[in-house]
Design a protein around this ligand. Structure first.
Ligand code: ZN
Length: 290
């Protein structure tokens, strides 16, 4: 089962959030029929979204990530709520980029190394919070480390990984590590070394390491504290015919009349789950009266 867990290391001076999301990323792959490279791109973005979602404070808070790079996959969108329920899509799900020299999927090549990353947080205020930063490498984890540093003034280490084989997603997950201001130089040095030497997160999960073992491994603290606020990240879409109807009404009455005249019906497809919604001429005419 997928899981997100939080830990404290070095007596609370370092906090760690770890995610195991193999089923969630496999679900995204199946829904969108993603190529291996697109699975890694959307997968990494969804893992980040689930971690950031789990970090939201309010029950009703939500966030959206948008990555707009200059690579062939086009724009990437992911949303998450505070229960780590996520959904997302990429513009070009069949993108095919040659593997990197080290045999890994070329995520950076698909995303591009120029463009912007946006985070829109709805935390119950009148206006949403919008943060942005430049894309550094398109590898996503590095781009988010930079985002947290430049936009949220937080020094974080982020790792995101998706392992794909011929059957689909073999393992997927990620972690984010944050140091509190009272962490000592020595502790930060150990942390940096451990993270640098750690195996890729997807490999650790593939070797059946628990999230607790991973947190111990990347911090070097065997006396880690496990916080009891575990969450189960899921791929979940909340679209409905009512929401699609509101979207249709928002195009305006004249446009609705044009649709009725030209097509006699309307067909809408949800970007996040590919579900089709058909509105008959009768239904469209009723919308004109609203
Ligand atoms: Zn949907």
């Amino acid at each position: 089962m997928d899981k997100i867990q939080r830990f404290l290391a070095y007596n609370g001076k370092i906090n760690i959030i770890c995610a195991s999301t193999t089923y969630l990323v496999e679900e995204a792959r199946k829904i969108h029929d993603l190529s291996p490279t697109a699975t890694a791109v959307l997968g990494r973005t969804l893992i980040m979204a689930s971690i950031m979602g789990a970090n939201l404070k309010g029950e009703k808070d939500s966030l959206t990530i948008q990555i707009k790079g200059n690579g062939p996959i086009g724009s990437i969108t992911a949303t998450a709520d505070s229960n780590a329920c996520v959904r997302g899509y990429v513009q070009n799900p069949t993108v095919d980029v040659a593997k990197r020299a080290d045999g890994k999927l070329n995520v950076g090549g698909a995303v591009g190394n120029d463009g912007f990353l946006y985070v829109i947080k709805d935390i119950g205020l009148k206006d949403p919070y919008i943060g942005m930063s430049k894309i550094i490498s398109g590898e996503i984890a590095e781009d988010f480390t930079n985002y947290f540093y430049t936009s949220e003034q937080a020094s974080s280490a982020v790792a995101l990984g998706v392992l794909v084989d011929k059957n689909g997603v073999k393992s997927a997950g990620g972690y984010m590590v944050n140091a509190m201001p009272d962490a000592t130089e020595d502790e930060l040095f150990i942390l940096e070394q451990r993270i640098k030497e750690a195996k890729p997160i997807s490999q650790m999960l593939d070797e059946n390491m628990s999230l607790e073992d991973i947190a111990k491994d990347i911090t070097g603290d065997v006396n880690i504290k496990v916080l009891q606020d575990e969450k189960v990240p899921k791929y979940e879409c909340n679209c409905s015919k009512e929401k699609m109807e509101r979207a249709l009404i928002s195009v305006g009455k004249q446009e609705l009349k044009n649709i009725i005249q030209e097509d006699g019906k309307a067909e809408l497809v949800c970007h996040f789950c590919n579900k089709r919604y058909i509105f008959t001429e009768d239904e469209l005419r009723k919308m004109l009266l609203k």
